[in-house]
Design a protein around this ligand. Structure first.
Ligand SMILES: Nc1nc2c(c(=O)[nH]1)N[C@H]1C(S)=C(S)[C@@H](COP(=O)(O)O)O[C@H]1N2
Ligand SMILES: [Mo]
Length: 230
């Protein structure tokens, strides 16, 4: 009975969030644009599989700020705070006990490479949001990495079902150089919006630029609009 009540609350919280952001989500470019820029067949969310200006690579380049923090899973902690009803600190075990989602998606780096059909496993940002319950005023998240990287994402993008806090890629634990033990991925936005070695997610009632956004990168980062720099 306890569990049933808990499940009901989780589902209700998710449905409420979904309703709140559904209309905004429908208006996001990767859903709404009728002339998206790119080439190839439609991908999973209806956009040309290769966004404008991108080249498909089979390798997986590593991009970072010159630091690749080493965090053993048992020392990894995720803080989720800010404009929420129920801030949490999740240990590795807490995190792994949350609903787990597998998904296949593409990875588009602003430096013009794209890697297609990556198989990810992790926890949906949507499920984290349902847990902490963003206040009505929350509009964005700011994510922090253990390397002190930061990046901002609007909630109507962050709550899309393919936005994961991923711990597994192509069946293997996420390599440290790619942000393991846990990183975020944003398949419908350029990949810099997904913090590697994720440490903290703060919900905010306003937009706050992160590391690259402060240096002239786009706040919105829509690959099918060639929206790289602002
Ligand atoms: N913490 C952290 N996250 C980060 C970065 C970083 O330097 N630090 N670089 C970003 C950039 S610019 C890209 S393209 C992707 C690269 O991920 P990869 O190294 O796994 O290819 O991570 C993003 N997330
Ligand atoms: Mo990037």
């Amino acid at each position: 009975m306890e569990d049933e009540g808990k499940l009901k609350r989780i589902v209700e919280a998710r449905m409420k969030l979904k309703a709140r952001f559904e209309e905004k989500m429908k208006r996001t470019p990767s859903v709404a644009d009728n002339k998206p820029m790119g080439s190839g067949k439609p991908n999973r969310h209806g956009m040309p599989v290769v966004p404008v200006g991108q080249v498909v690579t089979r390798k997986w380049p590593v991009l970072d700020l010159g630091i690749q923090p080493e965090i053993p899973p048992e020392e990894w902690m995720l803080t989720v705070d800010g404009e929420v009803e129920n801030p949490v600190q999740l240990s590795w075990n807490d995190f792994m006990a949350l609903p787990q989602t597998g998904d296949t998606s593409d990875f588009h780096c602003v430096t013009t490479w794209s890697r297609l059909d990556m198989h990810w496993k992790g926890v949906r940002l949507l499920d984290i949001a349902a847990l902490v319950q963003p206040k009505e005023t929350a509009s964005h998240i700011l994510c922090y990495g253990y390397d002190d990287y930061t990046t901002n994402v609007a909630l109507e993008e962050a709550l899309k079902p393919d936005v994961l806090l991923a711990h597994t890629v192509d069946g293997q634990p996420l390599p440290q150089e790619h942000g393991g033990p846990v990183r975020m991925i944003t398949p419908q936005l350029y990949a810099w919006k997904g913090s590697k070695w994720i440490k903290r997610i703060t919900f905010l009632p306003f937009n706050k630029p992160g590391f690259w956004e402060e240096r002239g990168y786009s706040n919105t980062a829509y690959p099918w609009r060639n929206d790289r720099y602002s």
